[in-house]
Structures are given as C-alpha cells and as structure tokens.
Design a protein around this ligand. Structure first.
Ligand code: NAP
Length: 312
C-alpha cells in the first residue's frame, strides 16, 4: 500500500522560484494529498495551473488557507503582515504555518502577531536560490545538499517542527534549527553583505563613462561576472532583506568598513606583508567552505558558478 502523504492539504501562498520548487518536491515525494496555491496576480496563477503545480488555485489567500494542514508563505517578506491578517480567520486548529523568507526575526514581528493561538508557527529559510524568479524558474533539486534553517520560537510544538523538518529532508536539504536572531546575524555576513557589495560594484561600473563601461562588460570574464550574477537577484526581495535585517547588516558593514580601511592603508603604504597575510587567511576560509561542501565545484575564481550557487 502506498505511504500516506505527510500532509493532507498544503497551501502555498506565493508560487515563484521557491514556492514552485517546493510544489515540485511535494509532487515528486508525494508529500501532500492536495496542493492549493494562491498568488497575487492572475497571470502567475494561470501559469502555475498550466505547469500543473497545484490541484487548485485561487487569488484569495484566505480561501486557499482554509482547512490546510500546512500553509507555507513563499512571498517577499514585505507582504507577511497583510497575508497574516488575511489568512488568520481561515486557519484551522492545529494548522502549521511556515515560510521561506530570508530574514527570520520579522516573522515574529509582522506575521506571528496576526495568527490565532491555535496554530503552530515554524519559520524556515532554505539557503538556496538562483537569480531567477517566477513559477517557471523553480526545479525540485534546488534544495538538494543545501541548508534549510528552521527558527521556531522557544517552546514551539515539537511534532509541528518535526513535520516541517521532514518536508525539507525529503527535499534533500540539510536541516538546522536555530534561534531567529542568530540566523539573521549569520546570514548578514554570509549572504546579505556579499549581495550589498555586489550591488555596489555593479552600480559603480554602471556609473562609469560610456567607453569604460563597454570594456567592463566586454572583459568581464574575471570576478566581475560573478558579481553581476549576484547583483541580478530580485530587487523586491533584496529591498525587503535590507529593510528587515537592518541592524545586523549595519553591524557587519561597520566591521567591513574597518577592514577595508586597513587594506586601503596597506596598499597606500606599499605594505605587502599586511596584504599577503590577509590574503593567506582568506584563502584558508575558502578551503574550509569547499571542505564543508558549501560550493558545488571547487572552481577557480572567475569561473562560471553552478545553477544553485546564489545562496540567498
Ligand atoms: P518570486 O519568484 O519573485 O515569487 C514571489 C511570489 O510571491 C509570486 O508568486 C508573487 O506573486 C508573490 N508575491 C509577490 N508580492 C506579493 C504580495 N505583495 N502579496 C502577495 N503575494 C506576492 O520570489 P522567490 O524568489 O520565490 O522568493 C520568495 C521568498 O523566498 C522571499 O521571501 C525570499 O526572501 C525567499 N527566498 C528566496 C530565495 C531566492 O534565491 N530567490 C532564496 C531563499 C529564500 P505574483 O507573481 O502573482 O505577483
């Protein structure tokens, strides 16, 4: 006899890169008896239905969440408060509410206060992504070998956390449970700062004179090309990340500023030792990242990265 699905009814609110990848995983693994999808635009809903990503689709998030065992919010975080208000009256007793947002403290500040006491909130963040958006961009292997971090509040219902964990394990993700504030600090340095730097460098290049700009694009085979890929990430999502993880990002930016000033001084003074020592230390970090299997291929710098190397 076939194994019963992990959830009878799963509602996905938002069906872009992450939501549609999750839908594909749930279909492949038979994790949901029924998948209901809700999204903001008719066009995306129509496309999700055409792609066969759900059993049912509706523009009304409340209607979609009615009687669901698991509701996963897969929209930009700026929409959480409104979505929470809208779905709250439709959530059944014991339902699990989760999300995939890239910053976790805001879930407790904007979404949690809208939800009724009879639901279990288990926030999550798949640290996996690409620079592409929308339901066509998703694929079921997106989460394979990548971390998903769950940040339930202290005292959260164990069996709800276990069920969400099981979902991500079936997506072939590695799962870690962490405090939301700690998650936001870690991600500020590993993901948010690098994105800000990429946005800055590519922005600086766009402001160069016409001739120089042409050559930057023509000869972008080195590190710059990787920055352009990161800087092509979704503007709405990244606006929300910087607005919601403001303090942790400003904290690491302060440290970055100090280190940059030190390197600037070393260059100005011709202090090769400082530069060499710094670059030797960072080289060791790179080895640690490869050893921890956090990069698909230990490729030389400037090489084209794999399809899932935008770990947002
Ligand atoms: P996406 O491909 O752009 O899809 C976003 C989905 O949310 C679409 O269905 C969109 O609907 C819907 N949506 C957008 N604004 C909305 C609003 N104001 N109200 C209701 N629905 C709205 O985005 P994504 O890359 O899947 O990202 C979704 C979430 O995953 C974000 O919170 C992000 O932080 C997180 N995340 C992303 C990545 C990544 O690499 N992309 C990685 C990890 C986590 P319409 O198309 O109908 O407008």
């Amino acid at each position: 006899m076939a194994e019963a699905p992990l959830f009878k009814r799963v509602t996905l609110i938002g069906i872009g890169l992450i939501g549609s990848s999750l839908a594909r995983v749930m279909q492949r693994e038979n994790l949901a008896g029924e998948i209901v999808v809700s999204t903001r635009s008719e066009q995306t809903l129509k496309r999700a239905i055409e792609l066969g990503l759900c059993n049912r689709g509706t523009m009304d998030a409340g209607e979609a969440a009615r009687d669901a065992d698991l509701v996963i919010i897969c929209t930009p975080m700026g929409a959480y408060e409104a979505i929470g208000k809208h779905i709250a009256p439709f959530l059944k007793e014991g339902a699990i509410v989760s999300d995939v947002g890239s910053v976790k403290m805001p879930v407790f500040e904007t979404l949690a206060p809208q939800l009724p006491d009879h639901v279990h909130l288990v926030p999550g963040h798949p640290v996996a992504g690409t620079e592409h958006s929308g339901p066509d961009a998703g694929f079921p292997e997106l989460f394979k070998g990548r971390w998903t971090i769950l940040t339930p509040a202290e005292g959260a219902d164990d069996s709800a956390v276990e069920k969400v964990k099981e979902l991500w394990l079936r997506a072939e993700a590695k799962v870690e449970v962490m405090d939301a504030g700690h998650h936001d600090q870690v991600l500020a340095i590993t993901s948010h700062l690098p994105h800000l730097i990429a946005y800055t460098i590519v922005g600086t290049a766009t402001d160069l004179g016409d001739d120089l700009q042409k050559e930057v694009i023509q000869f972008s085979a080195s590190g710059f090309r990787d920055f352009t890929r990161i800087a092509a990430s979704d503007p709405t999502m990244w606006r929300d990340i910087f607005l919601t993880n403001k303090e942790a990002v400003l904290e690491v930016l302060g440290r970055f500023d100090e280190d940059l000033t030190e390197l600037k001084r070393a260059i100005r003074k011709g202090d090769g030792n400082t530069l060499f020592e710094h670059f030797t230390r960072t080289r060791a970090i790179r080895r640690g990242v490869v050893d921890a299997q956090q990069d698909d291929v230990p490729a030389p710098l400037g090489a084209i990265p794999g399809p899932y190397s935008n770990d947002d």
